[in-house]
Design a protein around this ligand. Structure first.
Ligand code: HEM
Length: 346
């Protein structure tokens, strides 16, 4: 499985670009022509072939550039990565899960050799060759969670489970849709979800928490979340709001296709074996509207979803001010034809 990794940026000149292959395998999140919050979780099982669901942790053409962007964020703001002292074991669990998964799913790029607790990790795309002792922090350049998540696309949080609740107590968060690890760390499931409209009243969070408390090791689940972003900026954090907030005022009818991006998060949840914590990888995929409408079903469907989404959801997701322009632009790609069920292209 040879692949060229893109040389591209997610800031300043924004040279990020999806290849034709990346567009085709984009995880379009809408199963139908409308959207409302729900407990949308399903088993995270491999396949179908060629989709982002094939491996446990998808590695794509943006891998090397995304890891470079993460390093830039961390150099400016080390608090994007935090782990409370009791979460180190969960960090080792996560490191093991990611290393084993990548070595199994991409043997040409990643290798993991074990001799008892003496481990040898090779990451060819990033040029890393590391021998270390599993569970001995002094043998790695960073703590275990930071070490492995500097080599893994997407954000990661680790939740401790106690008192019939989940507590967000570690994370690597540099590509988030406007929430802050530094603000949320130490909160419980309902506390960190407090700003979300409607979902509390719909009982979504009560049911989701009940389900997660029983999550079993070896049976991960997944769900989608989505929002919209102006330009392919990974780091839309509250910490950097002064940089990206004003970009939303730049949207005009003539630049919608080029500058608006659908931002999809493929979120997975994994029970960890030693710590009993839950790992929550949040993998972000970006697609420019101009590229999205090359798949006719997606163009039609996105038009209908954005046209009909309630104002409080559009406000929370941050695109209410531009919604009319976006819907008008997308309406050119909606001929009114019915769309087939599910998110796969027709
Ligand atoms: C245990 C792992 C999870 C973590 C760490 C997590 C974290 C978050 C955070 C930080 C936010 C943003 C809140 C804000 O505005 O400040 C959020 C939003 C949200 N979460 Fe979760 N979440 C988790 C699991 C779930 C699950 C299992 C569901 C299933 C129903 C869910 C549903 C949602 C929804 C619907 C939103 C609003 C998203 C939007 O409209 O953009 N979360 N979550």
């Amino acid at each position: 499985m040879g692949m060229e990794f893109n040389k591209e940026t997610f800031r300043k000149d924004f040279t990020f670009k999806n290849s034709a292959k990346a567009i085709k395998r984009f995880p379009f999140p809408f199963y139908e022509d409308s959207y409302m919050y729900s407990v949308n979780m399903e088993p995270h099982v491999p396949g179908p072939n060629g989709t982002v669901f094939e491996p446990m942790f998808d590695v794509d053409e943006h891998y090397v550039a995304e890891m470079h962007d993460r390093a830039l964020v961390l150099a400016e703001d080390p608090l994007r990565c935090q782990s409370l002292p009791h979460m180190t074991l969960a960090g080792w669990d996560l490191l093991e899960l990611i290393m084993e998964s990548k070595a199994r799913d991409y043997p040409e790029w990643f290798e993991l050799h074990k001799d008892g607790h003496k481990w040898h990790w090779i990451n060819r795309p990033l040029g890393i060759d590391q021998k270390f002792t599993f569970l001995d922090e002094s043998t790695l350049p960073y703590g275990p969670m930071e070490y492995i998540t500097r080599q893994s696309q997407g954000d990661f949080t680790l939740q401790d489970q106690r008192d019939d609740n989940l507590w967000i107590e570690a994370g690597m968060v540099t590509t988030q849709a406007d929430w802050s690890l530094d603000f949320d760390i130490g909160m419980s499931f309902h506390e960190w979800h407090a700003p979300v409209p409607r979902a509390h009243e719909l009982g979504v969070f009560d049911r989701a928490l009940k389900f997660l408390l029983k999550l079993q090791h070896g049976a991960p689940v997944r769900r989608f979340n989505w929002t919209l972003t102006v330009d392919p900026l990974l780091d839309t954090s509250p910490e950097n709001y002064p940089k990206w907030g004003p970009m939303r005022t730049d949207i005009r009818p003539e630049n919608v296709g080029e500058r608006m991006y659908l931002r999809v998060e493929l979120q997975t949840l994994h029970r960890l074996p030693r710590s009993n914590a839950i790992a929550f990888p949040i993998r972000c995929y970006l697609i420019r509207f101009d590229d999205l409408v090359t798949i006719p079903k997606w163009g039609r469907r996105l038009h209908r979803v954005l046209r009909d989404i309630p104002d409080d959801l559009a406000t929370y997701k941050g695109f209410l001010r531009n919604r009319d322009s976006l819907v008008k632009w997308l309406s050119r790609y909606d001929d009114g034809a019915p769309t087939s069920a599910g998110w796969m292209p027709d």
